[in-house]
Design a protein around this ligand. Structure first.
Ligand code: FAD
Length: 456
């Protein structure tokens, strides 16, 4: 065997697997294969000047490379079982919380020290929310910020680079079962190992699907979350974001009984494009450094869609809606809330008249031509509900970027060790469909590394 352990994917799941293997079993020979670039080479070509929108690079530097989809993220590490994944269903709530705290400790040791840990514990906003039928979920959230998150990743890489073999710009084509282990097949060469950890994230969802088909690993289709990214003056939400940073608020619509929730709140942040398999959707992030902050706050409003038999392709449904916005807008569409309510599209002129400066250059348009009525109605209803706890949310100039889609990987069948039916083949992080966040993906990496080091 070339290696004791091969890790596919250098996102948080892969990095924390490598970290824990090095710590717990330094004698093991470990390699990490990553489709994207090394951290310092990751650069999105959009500069707002020469390159204004996504040019669909061969590997997207926002989604791929050392640090995975998390590298330029806001670096919000949520410490909770209430959202971010269902790891607790496999390993228990207490173990999950213990691992989430452990990941936080490592982030602090590698450059995150001094960053703020926010918590909803004892917050007056819980009561305020419930008065308006809004439900604030419990969590602690460590906000590293895009800048500190990058420093932590750099420090982790420096710690690992001489102890683990990294192969960047090396997408793994397939994983094959061989006698006593696995063969990881790349375009130039094949590499063998005793144990294999797959942590390919959302960007690797199609690849993961193929591997599961080839290795006959059962999967089940998952949900898709569809909605918009809201951007408004930071002052509108500052009373909430100053105390909680991120507030996860859930609302049940009176019209359809659907749940709409806030997601990924970025105080004084920026809205960005996200490219998943060539489909451009909206996302957001913010910096810890005040010099890099903006005057706006952004967050997503998402409606979860789960389909029953015979329809299985929930991601395909989300993709089709995102493609529609890409078809009409050439990428992400932006619309003022007032224009949406009056049933008119936003135009360049109307955008110029707005009192808010958008942080993402998107095409002014009409989201009602893109989003299904039921989803759009839910979003509008929630905006009016949020206006009661954060007056100004339902202002004419509140910007809605569409669409934002959270694609969930299909859930891969694994046991309580996160091991597939093939012994020694572990599937973790967002690629497994079990986690949907930095903290939970990282925790799943620590978890499998510990059981592998005990075994080898
Ligand atoms: C803009 C943005 C902001 C975000 N902000 C937050 C946030 O603040 N908080 C939060 O909790 N979450 C956030 N997220 C989500 C978070 O980044 C993910 O949940 C997390 O990165 C998942 O980690 P992972 O290791 O499972 O997968 P990923 O981070 O997606 O990493 C997977 C890696 O595997 C590689 N790969 C895929 N296929 C192959 C292959 N065949 N061969 C080799 N390598 C392969 C990919 O290139 C990628 O680098 C954000 C995401 C984005 C895009």
């Amino acid at each position: 065997m070339n290696y004791d352990v091969i890790i596919v994917g250098a996102g948080p799941g892969g990095i924390f697997s490598a970290y824990e293997l090095v710590k717990e079993a330094p004698h093991l020979k470990v390699a990490v294969f990553e489709a994207g670039h090394a951290l310092e080479k990751r650069r999105c070509p959009i500069d707002g000047d020469k390159v204004k929108s996504c040019i669909s690079c061969k590997t997207c530097s926002i989604m791929s490379g050392f640090g995975g989809a998390g590298a330029f993220s806001d670096g919000k590490y949520n410490i909770t079982n209430d959202f971010g994944g269902t790891l607790y269903e496999y390993i228990g709530k207490q173990k999950t919380m213990e691992l989430l705290h452990y990941v936080d400790d490592i982030n602090m040791e590698y450059g995150g020290e001094g960053t703020k840990l926010y918590t909803t514990k004892g917050s007056k906003f819980k009561k305020e929310c419930i008065r308006h039928d809004l439900h604030l979920l419990d969590a602690s959230v460590r906000h590293l910020g895009t800048d500190i998150n990058y420093i932590v990743l750099g420090n982790l890489y420096n710690h690992l680079k001489d102890k683990v073999e990294f192969f960047f710009d090396t997408p793994v084509k397939t994983v094959a079962i061989i006698d006593g282990g696995y063969e990881v097949q790349c375009s130039d060469a094949n590499y063998t190992c005793k144990q294999c950890i797959i942590s390919v994230g959302r960007v690797g969802s199609k690849w993961m699907e193929n591997v599961c088909k080839e290795l006959e690993i059962p999967t089940k289709s998952n949900r898709v979350d569809i909605g918009v990214r809201v951007e408004l003056p930071a002052d509108v939400f500052s009373h909430l974001t100053d105390e909680l940073y991120e507030s996860k608020i859930v609302y049940r619509t009176s019209k359809y009984g659907d749940k709409v929730r806030t997601f990924c709140m970025n105080p004084k942040g920026a809205v960005v494009n996200e490219n998943t398999n060539g489909i451009i959707t909206a996302n957001g992030h913010s910096y810890e450094d005040p010099a890099l902050q903006t005057e706006n706050t952004n967050f997503a409003l998402l409606v979860s869609k789960k389909f029953s038999e015979p329809f299985k392709d929930s991601n395909g449904y989300g993709e089709s809606i995102a493609r529609l916005s890409n078809m009409l807008g050439g990428g992400v569409i932006v619309q003022r809330f007032g224009d949406l309510i009056r049933g008119q599209r936003s135009t360049e002129k109307r955008m110029e008249e707005a009192f808010i400066t958008p942080t993402l250059q998107a095409t002014p348009g009409d989201l009602s031509l893109v989003l299904p009525k039921r989803i759009l109605d839910g979003i509008v209803e929630m905006i009016y509900a949020l206006d009661k706890i954060a007056p100004g949310t339902a202002n004419d100039d509140t910007l809605l970027y569409g669409v934002e889609v959270k694609f969930y990987n299909m859930e891969v069948e694994v046991d309580d060790k996160l091991e597939s039916l093939h012994k020694g083949l572990y599937i973790i992080g967002d690629g497994s469909g079990i986690t949907h966040s930095l903290s939970h993906a990282s925790a799943s990496g620590v978890y499998v590394a510990r059981s592998i080091s005990k075994m080898l």
